[in-house]
Design a protein around this ligand. Structure first.
Ligand code: MG
Length: 221
């Protein structure tokens, strides 16, 4: 089976997150202790810090969302209800802004006849929503999310669970992702064919590396 990562691979998370973070900033005038210019980068850094704790199984999905919100407002005492309400302001904008990369659907169409799957650290419901709105959900027959195994990439367990559900040995599976440490290194360590999607065209690892999903079908066939 050929597995895909979602964010940064099929879906342009970074653009949506940056735009949604500015709407979020404007929604709470004077309440966020960053400059507007600094905020998208600060938001992403804080998001990644707490999301990575979730991927390591240290906190629940909602706990990391609350921790992220409290840190952004420099308000450690903020109660759960308020933190959840503020998080929802962000997620509403973010979800309307996520789009597939232009090369995603042509690539998936070219792979017709192959069995395709998803291995993603993101929250299942949110990730399925992104694929659905982008019209890509129907391509995938197996989907494994970090919450299904309690640990995210780069943990071996999420890759092994995906191979198990596919009914394939890891050596018969391919994984394509944009993150070297989360996607490429661990999948290759398990014997999967780990393909690095390096949209910037610079990858520190050996082949197979592609700079666009348009080059994937030729690599597979
Ligand atoms: Mg990614």
């Amino acid at each position: 089976m050929i597995f895909f990562d979602i964010d940064g691979t099929l879906i342009d998370h970074a653009s949506a997150s940056a735009a949604a973070s500015l709407s979020f900033f404007d929604h709470f005038p004077g309440a966020i202790p960053f400059s507007r210019e600094q905020f998208p980068a600060a938001w992403e850094e804080i998001l990644n810090k707490h999301f990575n704790r979730f991927c390591r199984g240290e906190v629940s999905l909602w706990e990391q969302r609350r921790a992220r919100t409290r840190e952004v407002f420099a308000a450690p005492e903020m109660d759960e209800k308020e933190a959840d309400a503020r998080y929802r302001v962000f997620i509403r904008d973010y979800e309307t802004l996520t789009r597939a990369f232009d090369d995603a659907e042509p690539c998936l169409q070219s792979l017709a006849g192959e069995r395709l799957g998803i291995i993603s650290n993101g929250a299942r419901e949110q990730q399925i929503g992104k694929l659905q709105r982008a019209g890509l959900l129907h391509y995938f027959s197996v989907m494994v999310y970090s919450e299904d195994v309690g640990l995210g990439k780069p943990s071996a367990s999420i890759f092994l669970e995906a191979c198990r559900r596919a009914g394939d040995a890891s050596e018969r599976c391919v994984h394509i992702g944009d993150d070297l440490e989360a996607d490429v290194v661990p999948s290759r360590a398990l014997g999967m064919r780990g393909i690095h999607l390096s949209r910037a065209g610079k990858s520190p690892v050996g082949p197979p590396v592609i700079s666009t999903l348009r080059n994937l079908p030729a690599l597979i066939h």
